[in-house]
Design a protein around this ligand. Structure first.
Ligand code: FAD
Length: 486
């Protein structure tokens, strides 16, 4: 009759599938979050995500208390803690929102089996996507491997049902009287960062506001810009996108709520294209979750298997180039500025994720998995499915029709998307005095211009670590194995 809701990456008290189903089906509903040692122990000791979660948990606990319930917060191995807690609270069922990462799927299967042995039910709910698993298939009943037909089928399914059916919010407040406060011995305060074994980061200083309130604030701010999203989103010096990615990662916003707003705005003449383009990005997110569900092997292998044969650079020289890339010392200003943005803020603009990923793979010849892992460590919004999808796109080994010989030129990208060099100047102040014309490839600037700007290449800013034209030819040769394999 009583049940437990296990919160993971859904840190909100509204429009929450698992919480809703638990409240509907039981008389007393406990809520819990486990700081899972199986995940935390592998992280660096200063990690913005841990702080983001901790702060979001504080807000969630308070919100649940405000509705007559509360949040039990434990620090241990979730796989053991959840069954133990379920026994201790004598609940008949555990409700949770599904997680599609292969490791989480396996963990949940073990938890479910353990609970079942004790006669406790385990319910997984769809919450973090609009459509999951097999919900959007091709006419032949197969999962899509290319985005555009997937998107068309996704939109068709959305509009096939009554208005807003799939985007409806799960009402929580009206059933909230069924929330149960935790027993006194489990009602301890949320642990501190230090108690979890972590150090503070610069999350607050850089203006990141976690929790439901932070997500709401960002969306309010973005709402007025949404109509121009399609024009503004590609320029890293412009505030064009929503910056909601970390909130989507930790579920402090509801994907249904966001998609609903986009669909509503799409109908207005003034909002149309911006909202449609933004909805498309939310569909990309569903797409990559779907790909991960159907092809869990992409976690460490190419989606297109013939690309696993590409021979990557390795050894001391490759390690040095990799370090230069991580630290923003490649000599290509847009790449370096982007890598600094990542290091300093835990975020990188989408266009620059594409540029820096292509640069690592196709200019430096380094295995995409190394770059993927680095992003996974540094990004506050790190999402296995989207990160893997983005990296495989850049490696041309993923779900995309784009051929491998389409190679980004880092200088042209810079001229096109940061024409005035505003983004570059912000993250590479040592280049600030260079005129826009020369900031994209400073090593080509006339000596007089460099002198006037007070810059010596090799002293104030590195010479390029590779020549793009030569690197391009090496990449074409490297990828030739793919053609042979066909
Ligand atoms: P907006 O432009 O406002 O988009 C709204 C939301 O749509 C995003 O928050 C995100 O949830 C989703 N979205 C947008 N673009 C994509 C996309 N291409 N694929 C999937 N979902 C998308 N996104 C992550 O959330 N986590 C990652 O770890 C991640 N790694 C990436 C790695 C590479 C190499 C590339 C090319 C892209 C990656 N992306 C990742 C996708 C994208 O860059 C970010 O989602 C976006 O920059 C986040 O900023 P925003 O919230 O302002 O996005």
């Amino acid at each position: 009759d009583r049940s437990l809701v296990w919160f993971r990456r859904d840190l909100r008290d509204f429009d929450h599938a698992a919480l809703y189903h638990a409240l509907r089906q039981s008389r007393g509903v406990y809520c819990a979050f486990i700081f899972d040692k199986a995940i935390l122990d592998a992280l660096p000791r200063a990690d913005r995500r841990v702080e983001f979660i901790l702060s979001s948990i504080g807000e969630l606990a308070q919100a649940l208390r405000g509705m007559g319930g509360g949040l039990i917060v434990l620090h241990g191995h979730a796989e053991r803690e959840i069954p133990q807690l379920a026994r201790r609270l004598s609940v008949g069922a555990v409700f949770t929102n599904r997680d599609y990462e292969p490791a989480a799927v396996q963990r949940d299967a073990r938890v479910s089996a353990e609970l079942q042995r004790e006669g406790i039910a385990f319910h997984g709910c769809k919450d973090q996507v609009i459509f999951e698993k097999d919900e959007v298939l091709s006419l032949a009943g197969k999962p899509f491997s290319v985005f555009t037909p997937y998107k068309n089928a996704w939109l068709k399914k959305l509009h096939a049902q009554d208005d807003g059916f799939y985007l409806k919010a799960y009402p929580i407040a009206q059933h909230a009287s069924r929330l149960a406060p935790p027993p006194a011995e489990l009602a301890a305060a949320v642990p501190t960062l230090a108690q979890l074994g972590f150090e503070a980061t610069n999350l607050r200083q850089i203006g990141i506001h976690p929790g439901m309130s932070g997500g709401e604030q960002l969306f309010e701010d973005f709402h007025g810009r949404l109509a121009r999203y399609h024009e503004a989103r590609d320029f890293p010096a412009v505030k064009g996108s929503s910056f909601l990615s970390a909130h989507l990662r930790f579920g402090t916003v509801s994907i249904r709520g966001l998609a609903r707003q986009a669909v509503e705005l799409m109908r207005l003449p003034e909002g149309g294209q911006g909202a449609a383009t933004w909805l498309s990005e939310l569909i990309w997110r569903d797409f990559y979750f779907m790909v991960l569900h159907h092809h869990p092997r992409v976690v460490d292998r190419a989606f297109k298997p013939e690309y696993d044969a590409v021979p990557w650079e390795s050894g001391a020289e490759a390690d040095e180039l990799f370090d230069a890339w991580c630290e923003g010392r490649t000599g290509y200003p847009l790449v370096d500025a982007a890598m600094r943005q990542l290091k300093l803020t835990g975020y990188m603009h989408n266009r620059l994720r594409m540029v820096t990923a292509c640069f690592l793979i196709k200019d430096l010849g380094i295995d995409w998995r190394r770059g993927e892992r680095y992003f996974a460590r540094e990004l506050t919004d790190y999402e296995l499915s989207s990160n893997n999808g983005g990296w495989q796109w850049a490696a041309s080994s993923g779900c995309d029709a784009q051929p491998y010989f389409r190679i980004f030129n880092p200088v042209t990208q810079s001229q096109k998307f940061d024409a005035q060099g505003m983004f570059i100047r912000h993250y590479l102040p040592q280049l600030a005095a260079l005129p826009a014309k020369h900031i994209h490839a400073p090593w080509l600037a006339p000596a007089g211009v460099l002198q006037q700007a007070g810059i010596a290449i090799g002293r104030d800013y590195p010479a390029p670590v590779v020549q793009h034209d030569e690197a391009r030819l090496r990449t074409l040769a490297r990828y030739a194995v793919v053609k042979k394999a066909r």
